[in-house]
Design a protein around this ligand. Structure first.
Ligand code: SF4
Length: 344
């Protein structure tokens, strides 16, 4: 499909290969670029993107801090900011930060996409692997795209399927393209960045790690065991009683505690309660799950907990959430404001 992209389209959709080719024409090596004056401008833009991704409550990129430029230098800085943002989040090694940037980029592009004419929409869609036939998508591709979307309307049983194709309305198509962009950006992270480059930008990665920590504290506040969901309380009780936790249980507990902002030392202290406590083994497992190996894990959802027989002693709140982290967030809000309506 041939569509004439305008210069500003590179800034709107920096993940396109055409956008990357545009800045490649100026490329001079990351190290040299970072140390140049334009590189410093691009780093500033990169930080604004990541901070926007971490600070926006719903990660929606409603307010793009950078207006879309239309001149060559401005577009180059904007696309370079996108590229450097991916470098910075890769160096933080925080999977959740990478996920938030991916979602932010997808939402940012979506804001522009919805106002595009159909031919450009179709071009962007096919660039991220959403090949449309009329107003329908092949079932296999549809299933791949919606696999992480929670809304019931995306479930195949709720769709009009005909001849191996799923019919999708125009507005919903934009949403699917947004999800495909998120998956694309996320799948490319972390980038394999050499240690010397990460060292060069360490002031930036440290700032982002600090903001992320603050975000966690704001989101979850101080750790309150009384607000843990029943499944997590049961795992801690089993640990304290000296029972051997299965690997899935240790994983769920450690990931949950890490996700609510406990650091490795605090988590290891909790494992000290177990009579078979082995500090080296525990330290290795906790640091691995917390992201030292480059992959940071998210606590399993209620569905995964059920599959692993770890969903126990459900209470009334459990009927209204689908993730132990949502349970914890809800309980903490409710403890703070018992008389007000509490949302998830
Ligand atoms: S429903 Fe979810 S939060 Fe509640 S006990 Fe089961 S896994 Fe835990």
């Amino acid at each position: 499909m041939r569509v004439a992209l305008e210069l500003k389209d590179f800034a709107k959709y920096p993940f396109l290969k055409e956008s990357q080719q545009f800045i490649a024409a100026y490329s001079q090596g990351v190290e040299q670029f970072i140390n140049s004056n334009p590189g410093k401008v691009a780093l500033k833009y990169a930080m604004e993107r990541i901070e926007g991704a971490l600070r926006s409550a719903e990660n929606t990129a409603d307010k793009d801090p950078q207006a879309v430029p239309s001149d060559s230098f401005g577009v180059k800085m904007s696309v370079s900011g996108y590229a450097l943002a991916r470098v910075i989040v890769s160096c933080t090694k925080e999977r959740n930060v990478m996920e938030r940037l991916s979602r932010y980029e997808a939402n940012r592009a979506y804001r522009y996409l919805i106002d595009e004419e159909e031919s450009k929409k179709a071009f962007i869609a096919s660039s991220v692997g959403v090949v449309v036939s009329g107003a329908a998508i092949p079932v296999t591709r549809y299933i791949e795209i919606v696999s992480r979307l929670k809304d019931e309307r995306w479930r195949l049983v709720n769709r009009d399927v005909d001849g191996g194709y799923v019919h999708v309305g125009s507005l919903e198509m934009d949403e699917l393209v947004r999800e495909a962009i998120r998956v694309l950006v996320s799948s490319q992270l972390p980038l394999p960045i050499p240690d010397r480059i990460c060292g060069l930008i360490s002031p930036y990665t440290e700032k982002i790690s600090g903001i992320y920590q603050t975000y966690l504290l704001e989101q979850f506040g101080t750790v309150e065991e009384d607000c843990f969901p029943p499944c997590i309380q049961a795992l801690i009780a089993a640990l304290t009683d000296g029972r051997n936790l299965p690997h899935t249980g240790r994983f769920a507990l450690t990931a949950f505690l890490h996700n609510i902002g406990m650091d490795s030392t605090q988590i290891i202290e909790l494992y000290c309660r177990a009579p078979d406590f082995d500090i080296e083994k525990t330290q290795y497992q906790v640091e691995h799950i917390s992201g030292r190996g480059g992959t940071e894990y998210t606590a399993p959802s209620c569905a995964a907990m059920r599959t692993n027989s770890l969903c126990v002693r459900k209470d009334d709140i459990c009927e209204r959430i689908n993730h132990p982290l949502s349970y914890y967030r809800f309980r903490k809000r409710r403890e703070k404001a018992p008389a007000t309506q509490t949302s998830y």
